[in-house]
Ligand binder design. Sequence first.
Ligand SMILES: *Cc1c(COP(=O)(O)O)cnc(C)c1O
Length: 470
Amino acid sequence: MTPEEFRRHGHRVIDWIADYQERVASLPVLSQVAPGDVLGALPARPPERGEGFDAVLDDLDRVVLPGITHWQHPSFFAYFPANASGPAILGDLLSAGLGVQGMLWATSPACTELETRVIDWLADLLGLPDAFHGNGVIEDSASSAVLVALLAALHRAAPDAVRDGLTGRHTVYASSQTHSSLEKAARIAGVGAANVRVVDVDPDTLALDPDHLDRTIAADVAAGATPVLVCATVGTTSTTAVDPVPAIGAVCRERGVWLHVDAAYAGVAAVCPEFRWVNDGLDLADSYSTNPHKWLLTNFDCTALWVRDRAPLVGALSILPEYLRNQATLSGGVVDYRDWQIPLGRRFRALKLWSVIRWYGAEGLREHIRAGVRLAALFARLAGADDGFEVRGHHPFGLVCFRPRDVDALTLMERLNASGDLYLTHTRVAGEVWLRLAVGAPATGEPHVRAAWARIAAERDALSGAAAAG
Ligand SMILES: *Cc1c(COP(=O)(O)O)cnc(C)c1O
């Protein structure tokens, strides 16, 4: 593809994306295809001769689009949001256009130094403790962030263990509400799922119990284990429960255990002064991560990770084969982010976060968070005013958990989702099903939330009417 051809097709692609943004609200939120439909519509063999780019765009409409669940749809309320935005898309395109592989400072100094600056900007926007400044990195996901935090913690607890292999029993601590990525990290790191100790939660708030944490650590130490890491969560995936990080941090300090704080979804809310409380206790954390790719207008993938001390992280992950030796690395004056992550290679993700922060400014980012919070509160009021529904009282962010009192919650959700009008997911708390409505797509406004509520209430009426008639 020559630069001229690229220009022509590129303009069409940008038009396609802009058209998509304009029409996404008219598409069914949840993809209506059956398993195998997309696969069956694709040729089994690759083309022998090049086909040109128009054919790709045609198939995008014909084959791909029907198989898309529209995360940017204004009525997408499932999981947590995965925000996309114009500046992020363009920043990502620039990253692709430069085609840089930024594993070392020397392989593109700007790729490293822009990342250092922009992740510092984010620390500033969120009001993070000073210790994290200058010690941030962009990871692909919160799952990677907790894995590298665990490896750093293992390195700090037993300096040769990550390199030579673990000996003895190492334990990590979390609650039943902690994201599954912690157990995955424990499996990958060789700690083992059996050594993920599940700490009790308060039955009402679902927040981790720091006293039980302390007792569990003490018992493990007495039994000869080495406690390595505690994972606290600010805004759990299930219900946005908030662990008491200050009290957990005090236990970690006392016992010399690494504290990782996972605020994948909720952490970015700290751009607003009224949400700075989500940072409470971070001065006691060894590592902290939050995902601009969830609720901060940045296309997947972009997880911000900060560490208090980079030495154990780099100690655990740095390997220097001959082909990566260069003067800048050897003289030690630069950061090589390959030592802060699992893969060697890395793309220029900082460009999209830089574009987002510059386009919206702190003001625009705050307004986005506040809009989500306001709309979630509106939904909670609407559902709470209806005797047929129960709403969980805790909804400080963009997620509301609720359930119908007189019809089956999962049946209600499945009917709503199948309609394509909106998309919800569910969770279970103490065995009970709750529906989750997470507001946060940039396109979502008050009419969409009111329409969602009207649709939910009408479907409940239809279901309970059918039950009464039956
Ligand atoms: C979404 C989520 C994760 C996983 O995020 P990825 O970036 O997809 O790995 C981890 N922890 C919490 C609390 C989450 O909500």
